[in-house]
Design a protein around this ligand. Structure first.
Ligand code: D5M
Ligand code: FE
Ligand code: ZN
Length: 518
């Protein structure tokens, strides 16, 4: 087997029961005879060693008189396009690591290990082991009360709201404000909009006239989301004529936190190992690139769900399975994860193809799956979770509700081509899955884990297999693409996936660069 790329070295080492730190892998890959160097390094490794160190590899290479003063390293001579980009089609950067090696004259110029000392990762809002839901009616009541309490809290500062039953007692013609969850939206015969708001005391009908300047946000409204309205009561006090409408939203002045040093994170999702369409070559090119000097600052890898293709997720899915056993799919996924540098910090949440409960919030993988995926000490957390990486908070959510936002809203406001715009809507509604009872399955819990309490610095989703990113009120929204080519279903509905791209975020500037590996 030719061993010229880091990922192949890693695979060969794992097959012999070894891990190696990143610099060791680079040294082996750039040795004049990688096969011989690897053999010698393994043979001379201390008996109890599980991991080959760079020093050990260097000694092995030295001892054999290899040209260790001038190791040539594979740098991956890719062009970089950086800077934030709002929408548009995937970019253009050939991020794939070059197969050829490139000599360096500075001798010591091998990639150094990533600086583990500065790392920090904290996780919030994880439902794993906290689930209280029993599926009883009372759970639905409590999850909705909690949603209302938290979102109305965000809205109350904005308007002087009264409970619906108190508004019903006010004299006709009074000014009034209501905070409520939308229980119904209807257009009237004359083209106006009747929006019914519900709070813990009852419901109240609110009328948005079609000629009002804010009437164009009515098509953004989804059932069960919380909003505030101000207006004037009709003469008989039976309806409120809306004068202004407010979403919980992200303040326009939101100022995101950034890392104190130059460090980057790769944000990916939807690997779909086990599917016939899984792009193993593109994945290996990505993993190879992570071993290059160009990627030396990429210290974090966030994976937003759909590690594997799963079984029985969609009708006729089995016809496109490469691996039919779910555990074997995770074992294979784990093999692919081993290709990425061992000194990267990895965080993973599940998606709708993963073997955890489908209803959101989804707990992280159970012990059995964790033990299969315990490569590189990856952190496993629920969907959604807020992961704070070196001070930068990243709200990770797989993204099933994006299908719903895209289906319900007009194209200009949310579409598969601009998935980040659908993400903006979730930020505006401060809830990752606003609508209950539709396409997105929601499990009732004592508390609503799906409310976006704190504004994140980065919002990371996947699921729709389209790449898109942009800023919403200074929050960086990134929908990662996927590692699965178009499936028969996607072909039948004209979904053209963005497969084999990795968005890379600079955590110190929040700039995004997209790397292409296909
Ligand atoms: O879903 C990837 C995207 O494709 C997401 O937008 C849902 C859609 N999709 C894929 N297969 C189906 C079927 N069979 N029915 C409905 N929608 C589908 P993912 O869940 O990541 O495969
Ligand atoms: Fe997916
Ligand atoms: Zn999915």
């Amino acid at each position: 087997m030719p061993l010229e790329t880091p990922a192949r070295i890693v695979r060969e080492l794992t097959s012999r029961g070894y891990n190696a730190d990143r610099e060791a892998v680079t040294l082996l890959a750039s040795a004049p005879d990688p096969v011989g160097a690897l053999d010698r390094a393994v043979e001379s490794a201390p008996e109890d060693a599980l991991k080959l160190s760079a020093d050990h590899v260097r000694r092995t290479l030295d001892g054999n008189g290899d040209e260790s003063d001038d190791p040539s390293v594979s740098t991956g001579n890719a062009d970089v396009s950086s800077g934030p980009r709002d929408g548009a089609s995937p970019v253009e950067t050939e991020g794939s690591a070059s197969e050829s090696t490139q000599g360096r004259s500075d001798g010591a110029g091998v990639t150094t290990s990533r600086s583990v000392a500065d790392r920090s990762v904290a996780i919030d809002g994880d439902v794993t082991d906290e689930s209280t839901g029993t599926g009883e009616y009372e759970d639905f009541v409590s999850v909705f009360r909690d949603r209302f309490k938290r979102l109305s809290g965000q809205l109350r500062g904005r308007v002087n709201a009264r409970p619906t039953n108190a508004v019903a007692e006010m004299p006709g013609g009074s000014e009034a404000a209501i905070v409520g969850m939308i229980s119904d939206i209807r257009s009237t015969a004359s083209g106006h909009w009747l929006v019914e708001l519900e709070d813990t005391n009852g419901t109240f009908p609110c009328l948005v006239m079609k000629d009002r300047e804010f009437a164009d946000v009515v098509d953004e409204l989804m059932l069960d989301e919380a909003i505030a309205v101000e207006g004037t009561l009709a003469d008989d006090a039976g309806i409120l004529f809306v004068d202004s409408l407010h979403f919980p939203d992200v303040p326009r002045t939101y100022s995101p936190s950034t890392a104190d040093r130059h460090v980057q994170a790769a944000l990916i999702s939807d690997v779909h190992v086990g599917s016939q369409e899984f792009l193993a070559d593109a994945w290996s090119r990505f993993a190879d690139w992570l071993h290059t000097e160009e990627a030396e600052h990429v210290e974090y890898l966030l994976v937003a769900g759909d590690m594997v293709e799963g079984v029985g997720v969609y009708p006729d899915q089995d016809e496109e399975l490469d691996i039919v056993d779910i555990f074997e799919q995770y074992e294979q996924f784990s093999e692919h994860l081993k290709e990425v540098p061992g000194d990267m910090e990895i965080v993973m949440i599940p998606g709708n193809h993963d073997a955890v409960r489908l209803a959101e919030p989804q707990p992280g993988f159970d012990e059995e799956l964790r033990s299969i995926m315990d490569v590189h000490d990856a952190r496993i957390t629920g969907n959604p979770s807020t992961v704070t990486v070196e001070g930068v908070s990243v709200l990770m959510y797989h993204g099933v509700s994006l299908d719903e936002v895209i289906a319900e809203l007009p194209d200009g406001k949310a579409s598969y081509d601009d998935p980040h715009k659908a993400m903006y809507q979730l930020l505006k509604k401060r809830h990752v899955a606003p609508q209950y009872g539709g396409h997105t399955r929601i499990a009732p819990e004592e508390k609503d884990y799906l409310v976006i309490d704190e504004v994140p610095d980065i919002f990371h989703t996947g699921h729709v297999h389209k790449l898109g990113f942009g800023k919403y009120h200074n929050v960086t929204a990134i929908n990662s693409g996927c590692w699965q080519a178009q499936t028969a279903f996607q072909k039948s509905v004209n979904i053209d996936p963005d497969a084999g791209f990795a968005p890379i975020v600079d955590l110190d500037t929040l700039d995004v660069t997209v790397r292409k590996f296909v």
